[in-house]
Every structure is written in C-alpha cells, then in structure tokens.
Design a binder for this molecule. Structure first.
Ligand code: 9MR
Length: 479
C-alpha cells in the first residue's frame, strides 16, 4: 500500500510498451463494457493540465493532503472540497492519544475510524498523527511510574497501529520531542523524564514491529531553517538512528509559518540534507499566515522546495478552510471561509504545473476570486461518484453532475485514476485525456443543458490491474 516515490520529475507519458498495453486494455475493456452498459464512446488523446491539488501533485509523483476535523464531516461544502482537491488525509485531532485512549486500556476508535473509512472509500491515503506526544496526553499517563509508562507507551503504539494496519502510509511515531530555542535539548516531557533519551528509539522499534509496511516518521516544527539549533538536533538524531539501524523512514516538517517565523531561504537545503541521510521528507502541517500575493509566493516556494527534493513525497496542509483553522485569524490556508480558492491556491498550482481548474462547488455566496464560481445565480455544478458494478478485474463508476442554483448550458469535470488503473470505456459523455492517460476530462455528449438543481450522469469502466481505489473527481466547471 505504500507508493514508491518517483525519483525524477519527467512527465508520466506512457512509453511504447505502456501505450500499446493501454490500447489493448481499451479494446478489451470497451468490448466488456459494451456488453454491460450499451453505448461506448471512442477514446481520444488530448492533453490538459491537472486541475486539482491532488491531480497536479500526482503528476509530479507526490500526494497532496489535508488535516480534517471529524466534526466538520457533515458539512457538504467541506466534504466536496476535501474529496475534490486532496488525496491524503491526516486526522487533525482524532488519532491523538487523548482521543484514542482516554483512560487506561480503554480504546475508542469510532471517530478515527470514520476518518479512516472516508479515506478508504475515496481512494485517499491516510497519514497517522500521532503516537507519542507530550501534548493532548491524558493525565493518567503523566502519573505512571517508569515501568508502567514504558509498557503503556508500547501498548498504545501496538493497539493504534494494529487498528490501522495496512491503511496508514506514514505514521508520526514521535512528535515534537525537542525544545525550541538555541539549546538543541530534548523536550522535558514525561516520556523524557521517565524513560530518558531512549524513549524515541524504543517507540520507533515498537512501531516497526507493529506495522512493518507503514513509513515511520519523526515530526516537528521550527525545524525548517537549516541553521537553527533545533533543526541540527533533529538532524543529528536521525543521522544517529540511520547509522545504528534504528528504524526511521521519514521526517515530517510541520511548516507552520508566520511573519515571525517565515519560510527560510535555506528551506530546500534543509529538506535535501535530511533526505541525504536516507529518509523521506514530508511537509506535514503546512499553513502560512497572511493573504494575497505574499502568502501565495510563500506557498509556491514551499511547494517548489518539496518538488526540488526527490525524496519529498508529499505535502499536507493543516486544514481545508481558513474558517476552521487552529489559527483562523491568520487566514493561513488555501481556501477562504466560503471555500473560494485563494491566491495561495494558485501559488501552489503554479508550482505543481497544474491549471487552476476554474469552478468550485462554491459556498453559500458567490465566488469573488476570479477562478471560482459560487452559489447565487452564477452557473455552477457539483459532482459525486459511486461505484455501480464490480467484476474480478474491473469496476464501473458513475459520476452524477448536478447544476447549482442557476441553469447551465455546459459543464466539464475530471476523473483521475491511479496507475496501474486504466479507464477502458466511457458512456454518456465525451472524454479527453491528459498525456499520462490517467486524467480524463469529461464533457457532455451533445447538449449540456441542465435546469437549476437537476442532474445528469456519465459512466466509465476502470481496469483495476490490482488497484481497487476509487477514482478522484476534479472540480466541476459550468457555464
Ligand atoms: O490543529 C490542532 C488543534 O485543533 C488542537 O487544538 C491542537 C492541540 O494541541 O493541535 C493542533 O494540531 C497541532 C498538531 O497536532 C501538532 N503540531 C501543531 C499543530 C497546531 O497546533
């Protein structure tokens, strides 16, 4: 379930063999789908840039994720932006110790499971945050004796990683174990006090045994500037772990930036130096206080720094919308409180080489920021996906396109499958393809008119080739 990161940035154009395999799959799949579904549209090959964060990041061999709050999962705008734009989820709070083991040996996975199930149903990856952390730690833990704390820490890791085994691509095994400032010292947490420096190593060894397929990360903040003592202290620990064979696969850079702690000019150097130790690096909690073009430039810079480091495998922003950010007044995210794309979004997309994508599902009022369409009387549409049939080697999907509160005369949306999946047939729409063959842009067959609130649907067959993840939908653009 772990994707192997690509180590170069050349476009994923299928080679000669890939192309002919694709053509064969199309012919076979088209025949099968003909029997199953009637009309089959011939497939053509027009290029178009990906129009969502996840789609554009995938073109660069990266994931693009967000933290989500379980309590917001009932909000349709929140969910449609989540499902459209992102392909990896981190639980903002639901997988922390106080949420999962509020009292000794009493585990409660229900909220975290809802998040994990959502990720699975959408074919998204899941990041695990976090196993051992001094914060959001119930008070019963802090009063344990040394031996009790050791077995409790290991038990917590085993139970939680066991619950999500095979689902979490990367776990933050230990979070924020170093002090800020110039000391480079370990943080004086209960784990440090009782178990000493060795608790970090012990946590990683336990974690490796609990889920050998998950990537094991050390995660921290204020480790972005290469010259900072904290960065050096974490680097020295990772170097020591690698030299002694302590299992560590990745380092998470939280990347909470503001004017007092701006994106450093040596950020790329930091990421590259860690990667050179033989670990992946991930940007795990990105948010940047600010607005407008200055915020956009910083988001662009961070994204470029990740793309410049082949072992930087993905970016996670710390929330979907400014209105639910842990520091909302800083407006640090990519979507404003009405789910309009901000200049920061365009900054990330420019770095990823994606197209802005145009319309969003909108919020409750009209979009204001050029590339978006909102509600009101502006033409808009939303898209939803469901799997309709499944066979031993393939499945059929149906996408329903629904007009917003105004009638529309045309629409388009994208469906992205993940390699080695291939879309082998389509019906009730006119598809075109990007150069990878993984991103299908679908437009109406003939008349694209829809009355306000009414819907139409198109369908397609996906040859699974062993990958049963749901396809990802891009934005729906209407006129
Ligand atoms: O965003 C999280 C917020 O909702 C919680 O109240 C807070 C409690 O500590 O944790 C926030 O997330 C933190 C993350 O788990 C670790 N790095 C710093 C994040 C922002 O504080």
């Amino acid at each position: 379930m772990i994707d192997t990161p690509r180590t170069s940035h050349e476009p994923r154009t299928p080679g000669r063999r890939g192309r002919s395999a694709l053509r064969n799959a199309l012919v076979v799949g088209a025949t099968l789908a003909l029997a199953a579904a009637g009309t089959v549209t011939a497939l053509t090959g027009t290029a178009s840039a990906a129009s969502t964060l996840a789609g554009a990041a995938a073109e660069q061999g990266r994931y693009f994720g967000t933290a989500i709050a379980a309590g917001r999962m009932g909000e349709s705008d929140y969910m449609s932006v989540l499902n459209r734009e992102f392909d990896s989820i981190t639980a903002e709070n639901a997988m922390k110790w106080d949420a999962l083991q509020p009292s000794r040996n009493s585990f409660n996975f229900s909220t975290a499971d809802r998040i994990a199930n959502h990720a699975r149903s959408q074919g998204m990856k899941l990041r695990g945050h976090t196993l051992v952390w001094h914060s959001q730690l119930p008070s019963w833990v802090t009063s344990l004796s040394t031996n009790d704390l050791r077995s409790t820490m290991n038990n917590h890791i085993n139970r939680v990683m066991g619950q999500y085994k095979g689902q979490v691509h990367s776990w933050d095994v230990v979070n924020e174990a170093f002090e800020d400032g110039s000391s480079g010292a370990r943080r004086n947490s209960v784990f440090q006090q009782r178990l000493g420096n060795g608790f970090i190593e012990e946590a990683f060894r336990t974690a490796r045994a609990a889920d050998p397929d998950a990537k094991l990360c050390y995660n921290d903040y204020n480790t972005d500037n290469w010259n900072h003592a904290k960065t050096q202290a974490v680097y020295n620990m990772v170097r020591d772990f690698k030299s002694r064979g302590v299992p560590i696969d990745c380092v998470g850079f939280q990347a909470h930036f503001n004017s007092g702690n701006p994106v450093p000019s040596n950020y790329h150097t930091t990421l590259q130096n860690f990667a050179d130790l033989g670990v992946d690096v991930q940007i795990t909690e990105l948010d940047i206080a600010g607005s407008g073009s200055s915020q956009a430039e910083q988001f662009k810079g961070v994204t470029q720094a990740c793309l410049a480091v082949s072992r930087c495998t993905g970016i996670t922003v710390w929330g979907v919308t400014d209105k639910y950010s842990w520091r909302s007044s800083d407006t640090p995210l990519l979507f404003d409180g009405n789910y309009n794309k901000k200049p920061a979004y365009q900054g990330v997309m420019e770095a990823l080489g994606g197209s802005d994508g145009g319309g969003t599902t909108g919020g409750t009022d009209g979009g204001t920021d050029g590339g978006t369409t909102g509600g009101g009387d502006t033409a808009s549409c939303t898209v939803t996906y469901e799997q309709t049939e499944r066979w031993g080697d393939r499945f059929n999907g149906r996408v329903t396109v629904r007009a917003g509160s105004a009638p529309i005369t045309n629409w388009s949306t994208t469906v992205t499958v993940s390699s080695p999946q291939k879309i082998s047939a389509t019906w009730n729409g006119t598809p075109s393809w990007d150069s990878s063959g993984n991103v299908m842009t679908m437009r109406p067959s003939g008349n694209g008119t829809l009355a306000a609130g009414s819907s139409t649907s198109f369908g397609f067959t996906v040859m699974a080739n062993g990958n049963w993840n749901a396809p990802r939908l891009g934005s729906c653009t209407a006129s």
